[in-house]
Design a protein around this ligand. Structure first.
Ligand SMILES: C[S@@+](CC[C@H](N)C(=O)[O-])C[C@H]1O[C@@H](n2cnc3c(N)ncnc32)[C@H](O)[C@@H]1O
Length: 209
């Protein structure tokens, strides 16, 4: 809802959620606003919704170029890199991504590693051979390994590399256990500069308990 109350709003908002209750709740809240933003609500798994997202996006051409920003905020590491890639190829799009590395990838790492049929990590970091690569890697930290592979995948799409200083880890207050990492990917230096100023002005903890 906060993004709908910006002083300088976006021209169009597209929300995707696979939970019908969340879509209904959001729709109800949007209906209470004293103005009518241009919004499309898409019910479905985002990894299967790129076609619908593209249909909902405003038209653009070489004269009327489109700048877009995508916030990816899942509960788990169930984002497919191919979804980001499809959007990144279609639009000049910056991404703010919540990487659920602590709450999911690290906590369930043993299961994902041992179950050869499980493709969650491979899909997230665009690396089908990730188990072999992790075995060969000198990096034993699962989180740092996944961040580095995710970064390489984003660089292949033309995004600027996100260094550790661009990661905003969110931990359980007082216990130090990392929950997730927020990171911004932009192809433009200015996008990364905005993110650096945002991080410089943000509280290192968001007060999660
Ligand atoms: C952390 S909440 C999002 C909160 C929201 N950004 C906000 O500020 O209120 C995560 C949401 O992602 C949705 N979700 C998780 N995986 C999804 C997927 N693969 N496709 C679509 N929605 C998904 C869940 O149903 C849930 O509503």
């Amino acid at each position: 809802m906060s993004v709908l109350r910006l002083q300088d709003p976006f021209t169009k908002y597209v929300f995707v959620d696979k939970d019908p209750n969340c879509i209904a709740g959001l729709s109800g809240r949007i209906g209470t606003l004293p103005y009518s933003p241009d919004v499309s609500l898409i019910l479905g798994d985002v990894n299967e919704s790129v076609g619908k997202i593209r249909s909902a996006m405003p038209p653009f051409d070489s004269k009327r170029r489109l700048l877009s920003f995508c916030f990816v905020d899942p509960f788990a590491a169930n984002l497919k890199f191919s979804t980001l890639a499809e959007l990144a190829r279609a639009y000049r799009m910056d991404f703010m991504i919540l990487l659920a590395l602590g709450v999911d990838a690290l906590r369930n790492f043993r299961q994902y590693y041992l179950d050869r049929a499980d493709s969650r990590i491979a899909d997230l970091i665009d690396c089908p051979e990730w188990r072999n690569e992790y075995d060969k890697s000198a990096e034993r930290s699962v989180v740092r390994f996944l961040l580095a592979r995710f970064d390489e995948a984003m660089k292949r799409l033309g995004y600027r590399s996100a260094q550790p200083k661009h990661h905003h880890p969110v931990k359980i207050q007082g216990r130090g256990a990392m929950q997730y990492i927020l990171v911004l990917y932009s192809k433009h230096r200015l996008g990364q500069k905005f993110w650096e100023s945002t991080l410089a002005g943000s509280d290192p903890q968001l007060g999660l308990f």
